[in-house]
Design a protein around this ligand. Structure first.
Ligand code: ATP
Length: 418
């Protein structure tokens, strides 16, 4: 046998040590899971959901049906029975689910545990009693374009500005946690109104995090599902499959603009000014008329300074160039400080357009972005300042951002809708 070189021996030792370390880590995780009782017996979940009775069914999403249940200790749970795409090996699933069940934050749905039984894979979440945000926000309109009276009343009562603002702040904090503070960084990939659940005190909770980890990457149909949802996906992700935390930032920006307007981006009804929600927000912002995009049902409760600032944040987050979008940390800082001075957002839209090639990073004076597309500062180095807090009483034109210098409007129209 050929004598081993020093390098070979060294490499072998390193690999052996790494294998041992990985096995140890796996054992540790299993021990933690057993101790924390994260692994549920199938029988326990059968009993909790009355044999997955149709009566217990909360709904069905792209990953499979969800059932309401009650554990023996009294905890109410939502059990997600994962569909075929999730049939990854039991061990692989267990490892991923175990890691995800350690994700804990006030604004993220708690994953109590999981179950792998024969070819069944199940996830056990805390039950979040109020509806998902989409059901409250996009309650459907009557034929005449206005809300049906009952639906409108419900929205006025349940979705006033204070609550919407709390949702914006809560989701921003939850996302920041997933991106930066969880033990393992998580890009959600599918931030949207139906993935924001509201608890009994209306605290927003991000659902469906980490699904990409539980679904094998090589299954094409699953990839399509995991990829995201129309109307929320960042253009660079749709077009080039380029994924970073900034793709979540984009989806967050869309969500913010939806919360303000009460309109769903993917089914935006074109108006005289724009064909898409983002374009509309952008155009109004450029004209200093941001507040006009406000959902009429929250007008009487709106704090104009906050609404204007949130439109601005929504536009910063949905900028075409991911490098120009702020990190969630910065969004949280902006939301917690007032008054604040922000840089002017560039137009939202699709990368690869004429606009993108001409656009350069802009910086505001109050916050250091720590990121710019090219280091070049364009002529539109303008900022907006939000002052005076006031309640809006059906006047949609006061307290718009004061723009130091406007950008030249561009003739091209961009839409992120596909
Ligand atoms: N933890 C939970 N507590 C209460 N209800 C839940 C919970 N998780 C999911 N649901 C409800 O179960 C239903 C299905 O949810 P699921 O997340 O699987 O799909 P979705 O969000 O509707 O669609 P998609 O798969 O496209 O995200 C929804 O009505 C949702 O509100």
């Amino acid at each position: 046998m050929k004598p081993r070189t020093f390098l070979e021996s060294l490499m072998k030792r390193i690999f052996r040590r790494r294998d041992r370390a990985e096995a140890k880590e796996e054992e540790d995780l299993e021990a933690i899971a057993a101790k924390e009782q994260k692994m549920f017996k199938y029988e326990t979940l059968m009993a909790a959901t009355r044999n997955f009775s149709p009566k217990q069914r909360l709904g069905e999403g792209g990953f499979g049906p969800v059932f309401k249940g009650r554990l023996e200790d009294g905890r109410e749970v939502a059990v997600k029975r994962l569909g075929r795409g999730s049939r990854q090996g039991g061990r692989e699933f267990t490892n991923e689910a175990m890691l995800l069940s350690r994700v804990q934050h006030r604004n993220v749905v708690n994953l109590y545990g999981y179950c792998s039984h024969a070819d069944e894979r199940l996830l056990v979440y805390e039950y979040v009693p109020n509806e998902s945000l989409d059901k409250l926000l996009f309650s459907r309109r009557g034929g005449g374009g206005g809300d049906e009276p009952e639906v409108g009343r419900r929205r006025v009562e349940l979705m006033d500005w204070k609550r919407r603002y709390e949702v914006i702040v809560g989701v921003a904090r939850g996302l920041l946690y997933l991106h930066e503070d969880a033990h393992t960084p998580i890009i959600h990939r599918d931030i949207k109104a139906s993935n924001i659940l509201l608890d009994d005190r209306w605290v927003p909770k991000i659902a469906d995090f980490g699904m990409a980890r539980l679904f094998p990457e090589d299954l094409t149909h699953v990839n399509t599902r995991v990829a995201g949802t129309n109307g929320y996906m960042a253009p660079e992700y749709v077009m080039h499959g380029s994924l970073s935390a900034k793709a979540d930032v984009f989806s967050f920006g869309v969500l913010v603009l939806e919360l303000i307007s009460g309109q769903k981006n993917s089914s935006f009804v074109p108006n005289a000014e724009a064909d898409s929600l983002l374009e509309w927000a952008w155009k109004l912002f450029k004209k200093g008329r941001s507040l006009e995009m406000m959902d009429p049902t929250m007008r009487s409760t709106a704090v104009t300074e906050q609404v204007a600032m949130c439109v601005h944040i929504g536009l910063l987050c949905t900028q075409s160039d991911p490098k120009l979008r702020p990190h969630m940390k910065r969004v949280v800082v902006i939301l917690s400080k007032k008054p604040s001075t922000l840089e002017e957002p560039l137009r939202p839209g699709i990368l690869g357009s004429r606009y993108r090639r001409r656009a350069h990073g802009t910086r505001g004076s109050s916050y250091s972005l720590g990121e710019s597309s090219s280091g070049t500062t364009s002529a539109s180095n303008s900022t907006s300042t939000y002052a005076s807090t006031s309640n809006l009483n059906n006047t949609a034109t006061t307290s718009t951002p004061t723009t130091a210098r406007s950008q030249t409007p561009h003739s091209e129209q961009h839409s992120i809708e596909h």
